[in-house]
Ligand binder design. Structure first.
Ligand SMILES: Nc1ncnc2c1ncn2[C@@H]1O[C@H](COP(=O)(O)OP(=O)(O)OP(=O)(O)O)[C@@H](O)[C@H]1O
Ligand SMILES: [Mg+2]
Length: 252
């Protein structure tokens, strides 16, 4: 039995004459890791931006848990339970690891706890920040300034900050970009841990990582969905091998 968490129907985005997302109709199943791959400029980040509300679609619809969220602003979409990470890191360099988690927890709880007393609110934010640190595996780096942490740790922290809003669905745009192999392994481990109780939509160029953690795979080319299916189906797809994996092999 399938249980769809997110569904797009003919979702499109034009930038002037350029069609960055072209009639994208996809189903994302609850609890799965669904990776989106494709060459540079294929429209992967555009798709994530449409899902998170950072871009308004030119056409088509987005349903999240059956609710039409098309054209809702990013803060509303975040409140409904969709969290996203950005390709560029988004953390405060002069704050400690804990303080960054605190800020993320605070920004969410501020709106949901309007009517609580300040002391209670503060305790709740502190608890949430500690939980976030623990979840992203950075408890031992609690008081280190973000600027003094390694790039990989900063990316881990960024994923942690996204968790402070307790999202059900995580949108991750190249979480391994720019990392060494040791750092990548740490983040892959974190993603694997998160996948136990979250749905993940993951854009990633590292094919080993994709094949090791994704269950579903969508290949995009020129704004369109070339193919979507299980990892096994995509591996065996003639069209994908010709258009995408072939290109990848030539490039390395
Ligand atoms: N804000 C924008 N204005 C105009 N064109 C844009 C904008 N954002 C993206 N594009 C164009 O849309 C196309 C898809 O870009 P997108 O960033 O979604 O690709 P991508 O698959 O994420 O690529 P990459 O793997 O390089 O990150 C590209 O041709 C890009 O130049
Ligand atoms: Mg991109």
């Amino acid at each position: 039995m399938t249980d769809t968490i997110l569904r797009t129907d003919r979702l499109s985005k034009n930038f002037g004459g350029l069609i960055a997302a072209n009639n994208v109709s996809l189903n994302f199943e609850r609890g799965q890791v669904h990776a989106i791959i494709g060459p540079n400029g294929a429209g992967k980040t555009t798709l994530i931006n449409l899902l998170s509300g950072d871009l308004l679609p030119s056409d088509g619809t987005i349903l999240f848990n059956g609710k039409n969220i098309t054209s809702l602003p990013p803060d509303k979409i975040s409140q409904l339970g969709i969290g996203r990470s950005y390709q560029k890191t988004n953390i405060f360099a002069t704050f400690s690891c804990y303080e960054n988690c605190w800020v993320a927890a605070q920004s969410r709880l501020n709106t949901s706890m309007r009517f609580f007393r300040p002391a209670k609110k503060l305790k709740k934010v502190q608890d949430r920040a500690e939980m976030t640190l623990d979840l992203c595996g950075l408890s031992s780096r609690r008081d280190v300034l973000a600027s003094a942490m390694s790039y990989g740790e900063q990316r881990q922290l960024e994923i942690g900050m996204m968790l402070a809003t307790e999202p059900e669905l995580l949108l991750l745009d190249e979480p391994l970009a720019g990392m060494g192999s040791e750092e990548s392994l740490q983040v892959i481990e974190l993603l694997r841990r998160l996948s136990r109780d979250h749905t993940l939509i993951l854009i990633e160029h590292d094919m080993d990582a994709v094949f090791s953690i994704a269950e579903q795979l969508t290949v995009m080319v020129n704004g369109r969905v070339l193919e979507t299916g299980t990892v096994e189906q995509i591996r065996n797809s003639q069209a994908v091998q010709e258009v995408y994996l072939g290109v990848e092999e030539e490039a390395t």
